[in-house]
Write a protein that binds this ligand. Structure first.
Ligand code: PLP
Length: 480
């Protein structure tokens, strides 16, 4: 290929209009898709292509690629990555699972240094794949230990662990779940012990998952519960089948997709303690909340707890396709061939993961997120929850935050209002993403300064006001 062809391959000339057309014509629909094309960014800001709406615009990023961009758009990471690729290329010479390599060896050392001793690491490619690996590790351990009767999983209402058939088994969201077969039917759902009241999709697992009537929006409020009360109401009822339960799977510290529901530490400790007491493995899914997002490397550090399995993806490799399943040594597959994949453990991606871990430390991001997380909590309370009747509740742990909207007249979640807030965000230079039934996420890059956070929140307050007036106006003109 000559230089000109190469440049054309790297930077093809194509109009935004043509990109939208090709996208619409050829791709299946997946999740929400912006009618914008973003070309670059710096730190907590994202730039839109100049072609689509006349002039290039800058957006404050409150999404961080759904938590996969710990530094937003980062020059240092870009430089490390391009120098490595220029020198070594971007792939393994031989697959990692078949021949060790420098970068993956060092990644294991660096990542496991954040865990207590006695853990092993498995590298895959997506969050869902990390979860599936964890499920298989617990199954294999039950089989090895002659505990074949322990087949059931405990999962949370509102859980999200990925879209593959194993991971999807734990979901109770009607949109994600209805009509699909799943791999695991032995799932018991219990409510997530959040620190604030919240609405959530629930699935009655005694009924068909394909019937609309099996799903319901429910409201939970554990804010005044004692740990004993939570145990009595939601854990003790499991005692009559306790010998059949293998594993608890729960999002670590905060339920992300299900509504940015922040767990109450003492109730989570009660839940984990119950599992320990009854020989149930605890698998914490840190795909969204891990790698510093909550102000700790892992949210389970707040609960002073060491899980049996931890899953990671997203921020671990700055959004490149790499995931990790970290398990206690005794849960690791007992021999080669039991579990693997082809492209996991890519040395280039592992270098990026090492750079992510190293930059989090070098830039003191855990301290920053923890400190600014307190500012975020105050603003969410004073400027949103206390100010707007349409805000049902607002919460965060570090830079993992959410606002849940409701209709104060009907006292029900208000997804129409949430969608209007997101639309006004886009029109006013703020990138927002929904979660749960009627929530929006607040997930800026970990590098976001307190000034950038607060100006973004000011813009958000403006959008809430606009959306509230607009929705109220529309509802007032509807025929009764
Ligand atoms: C907690 C959690 N687990 C698993 C997943 C699935 O990850 P992936 O999309 O990489 O398969 C997600 C994705 O949002 C997640 O938030």
């Amino acid at each position: 290929m000559n230089e000109k062809d190469m440049l054309e391959m790297i930077s093809p000339w194509i109009s935004d209009e043509e990109i939208f057309r090709l996208n619409a014509e050829h791709y299946v629909e997946t999740t929400q898709c912006f009618d914008r094309i973003f070309t670059d960014g710096i730190g907590s800001d994202v730039y839109e292509s100049g072609d689509t709406h006349g002039s290039p615009r800058v957006y404050r990023d409150f999404i961080s690629r759904v938590g996969s961009a710990p530094f937003g758009t980062d020059r240092i990471l870009r430089q490390i990555a391009s120098e490595y690729v220029a020198a070594h290329g971007y792939r393994n010479v031989v697959p990692h699972h078949e021949a060790p390599d420098k970068q993956t060896a060092l990644l294991a050392r660096d990542l496991l240094s954040h865990m207590p001793p006695g853990y092993r690491l498995y590298l895959g490619q997506s969050g869902a794949e990390a979860v599936e690996a964890g499920i298989k590790f617990t199954d294999a351990a039950r089989y090895r230990n002659n505990q074949g009767q322990r087949t059931k999983f405990i999962a949370m209402h509102g859980a999200f662990h990925g879209r593959t058939l194993g991971a999807l088994s734990f979901s109770s969201n009607i949109v994600h779940r209805r009509g699909y077969r799943v791999a695991i039917n032995d799932v018991i759902s219990i409510p997530y012990p959040a620190a604030h009241p919240y609405f959530v999709w629930t699935l009655d697992r005694s009924k068909s998952p394909h019937e609309k009537s099996s799903y319901a929006i429910r409201y939970f409020d554990f804010s005044t519960y004692t740990p004993e009360q939570y145990r009595k109401e939601h854990l003790d009822p499991l005692l009559d089948q306790i010998e059949t339960i293998s594993t608890l799977i729960v999002e670590d510290g905060v339920q992300g997709e299900g509504g940015m529901n922040v767990g109450r530490t003492d109730l989570l400790q009660e839940l984990y303690g119950f599992c320990r007491q009854h020989g149930i493995f605890v698998m914490l899914d840190a795909v969204q909340s891990g790698i510093g997002r909550t102000g700790k490397m892992f949210a389970f550090e707040y609960a002073n707890f060491s899980p049996d399995i931890v899953t990671l993806a997203k921020a671990l490799s700055d959004g490149l396709p790499q995931s990790a399943t970290i398990c206690k040594k005794e849960l690791a597959p007992e021999r080669s061939g039991r579990h693997s994949n082809t492209n996991g453990g890519n040395p280039f991606i592992s270098l990026v993961s090492r750079a992510v871990l190293s930059e989090i430390k070098r830039r003191n991001l855990l301290e920053r997120v923890s400190f600014n997380g307190d500012v975020l909590r105050r603003v969410l309370k004073e400027d949103f929850a206390d100010r707007y009747d349409v805000v049902h509740s607002a919460r965060n742990l570090g830079y993992m935050g959410g606002i849940e909207f409701w209709n104060p007249d009907t006292r029900q979640p208000d997804p129409t209002l949430r969608d209007a807030v997101a639309k006004h965000g886009l029109e006013n230079g703020l990138l927002l993403l929904g979660c749960g039934i009627s929530g929006i996420r607040i997930m800026p890059p970990l590098t976001t300064s307190v000034e950038a956070l607060v100006t973004g929140l000011n813009a958000l307050a403006y959008c809430v006001q606009k959306a509230r007036d607009e929705v109220a106006r529309k509802r007032a003109t509807l025929p009764v």
